[in-house]
Design a protein around this ligand. Structure first.
Ligand SMILES: [Zn+2]
Length: 212
């Protein structure tokens, strides 16, 4: 199996608890579940409905605030933004509006008809989305197309530790809708492919990049 990000050959390993095969690319450090285990839309929808994302929840607001505290100092003064894959609520968009940034939101399950095909943005944010994507490279490319020149894309997804042993004891792949796993290196490789550059990552789960 070749890597779905950089097309180099991968090494496979089996998670003994679930018997699921994963592919690990040494070149871009991407790990992906064997595609036969990718869930269909219905299965994903059921799982997402279990997520307790209450807009009034102080913990949930603080969680987004940590993302914004890292991201906003890096992205200049965006006039508008898109929250791509917002989930059920538009809380992150509301927080961005409070910062004076005009913000749209889109989610393939909960808000599927909110995208204007021609509209472009200074900032796109996408939190806890990329680990669910069957075709992350294609989505990455489509998001870059929605950015103005000099615009920023800020992604939050948990970075894996790049070893088989640690991957097998990690909580993140235990969510069956989490199918693909990144490190900062993976996004550096994507940036090289699409001619943009990584501005900064926090070494853990957030990365900001800039379109040329
Ligand atoms: Zn790769």
């Amino acid at each position: 199996m070749n890597c779905h990000i950089c097309n180099q050959s991968t090494e496979s390993f089996v998670h003994e608890k679930t018997n699921i095969t994963y592919y690990h690319c040494q070149a871009c450090e991407y790990i992906f579940k064997s595609p036969e285990y990718y869930q269909d839309f219905e299965g994903q929808n059921e799982r997402y409905n279990l997520h307790e994302n209450n807009e009034e929840d102080a913990g949930y607001i603080a969680y987004f605030q940590r993302f914004l505290d890292f991201t906003l100092p890096l992205v200049g003064k965006p006039k508008n933004a898109l929250d791509f894959g917002c989930g059920r609520t538009s809380l992150l968009a509301t927080l961005l509006e409070k910062e004076g940034i005009d913000c749209d939101y889109y989610d393939p399950i909960y808000h599927p008809d909110t995208l204007d095909t021609d509209k472009k943005y200074d900032l796109i944010v996408s939190t806890e989305v990329f680990e669910h994507l069957h075709q992350p490279r294609e989505v990455f490319e489509s998001l870059l197309k929605r950015l103005n020149s000099g615009g920023y894309l800020a992604i939050q997804t948990e970075f894996h530790a790049n070893t088989e042993e640690l991957f097998k004891t990690w909580w993140y792949p235990q969510d069956p809708t989490h199918i693909v796993f990144f490190r900062a290196r993976t996004f550096h490789v994507l940036c090289d492919i699409y001619g943009c550059r990584v501005v900064k990552d926090n070494g853990k789960n957030i990365l900001v990049l800039k379109k040329s």
